[in-house]
Design a protein around this ligand. Structure first.
Ligand SMILES: CC(C)(COP(=O)(O)OP(=O)(O)OC[C@H]1O[C@@H](n2cnc3c(N)ncnc32)[C@H](O)[C@@H]1OP(=O)(O)O)[C@@H](O)C(=O)NCCC(=O)NCCS
Length: 273
């Protein structure tokens, strides 16, 4: 299927959140309806329908400094290998180019095969880890920290001003921002597991201590998307019961635009960077 034939690409609206959630749930992803509302409200989500049914999506979320995050690239099982993902990511890239934005994404292995031919090149690697049963200990919760502190650390590390996104996360019921020594992290609800990230720390010892403190104060399964080059952090997680679920490859299309000073220990999630 060429880029000029095939089914029509449409822009989705807030009313499509449930249909989008059905696609991410089919892929066993952790997003909630609230996550879909972020993309549909603050970004642009392209979709393809087969009749009335939404069968494929891709989202572009603008960030500060001429950057945008592409995510939620999903095609229902019955409609794969027909060029739908390519078509939708192309629509995202066209929008990004019109607005002078560099596009970033965190690719699953299947996704990376789609993005390479579209001009994306690899940058850093991530590892998604899961802790199925957090240890039930009563050593208390880590200290609550402020949204301002998290925003400042996030800006320093990523180079993106993500005030709107972090504020939306923090305002959700079930979210908490916690800190200890030189570390800080956000914990939020997901569909099947609670998610830790972003997480910033001065060193791996501090980062691990905060993750352990969070785990001891949680009861549901936990996910974290760790930066693979933080080797000591990854080793510490796997040594304490976390298992690596899958890799993600960060990719960029367009000139390098970020001026992040610190490497995070864990990102906000592959769908948000
Ligand atoms: C990854 C995904 C979005 C691809 O959607 P798609 O519509 O099937 O992709 P396309 O048809 O545009 O594929 C374009 C090319 O990418 C490559 N490709 C896509 N899926 C592939 C796979 N599973 N294995 C190997 N190559 C693949 C092929 O080269 C393909 O061209 P071809 O079919 O002519 O050989 C889809 O499999 C999916 O929804 N997977 C689950 C969710 C996911 O991982 N999303 C990506 C997040 S980053």
């Amino acid at each position: 299927m060429g880029a000029t034939d095939g089914p029509t690409v449409i822009k989705l609206g807030l009313e499509d959140a449930i249909a989008g959630l059905a696609l991410s749930t089919e892929a066993h992803w952790n997003q909630t309806k609230e996550d879909w509302r972020v993309f549909l409200h603050d970004g642009v989500v392209f979709g393809i329908r087969d009749g009335a049914r939404l069968v494929a999506t891709a989202a572009l979320l603008p960030y500060s400094g001429d950057n945008a995050w592409i995510s939620m690239v999903l095609v229902t099982g019955t409609h794969r290998r027909r060029g739908l993902a390519t078509r939708l990511v192309d629509a995202c890239l066209a929008t990004a180019r019109q607005n002078g934005l560099t596009s970033w994404l965190d690719a699953t292995p299947d996704g990376a095969t789609v993005y390479g031919p579209l001009g994306f090149t690899p940058t850093l690697q991530l590892r998604r880890l899961k802790l199925v049963s957090p240890p039930r200990e009563t050593s208390g919760s880590p200290a609550v920290a402020s949204l301002d502190a998290l925003r400042a650390r996030d800006l320093r590390a990523t180079g993106f001003d993500r005030t709107a996104l972090l504020t939306a996360f923090a305002q959700r019921s079930g979210s908490r921002i916690v800190a200890a020594d030189g570390s800080i992290a956000l914990v939020r609800d997901g569909r099947t597991a609670r998610h830790i990230g972003p997480l910033f720390a001065d060193n791996a010892v501090e980062a691990l201590a905060l993750v352990h403190a969070i785990a001891q104060s949680e009861t549901r399964p936990l996910l974290i998307d760790a930066v693979a080059s933080q080797a000591t952090f990854l080793e510490g997680l796997t040594a304490s019961g976390w298992t690596i679920e899958r890799p993600f490859q960060r990719m960029r299309c367009g000139p390098d635009t970020t001026a992040g000073e610190d490497m995070p220990f864990a990102v906000a999630g592959p769908e948000f960077g």
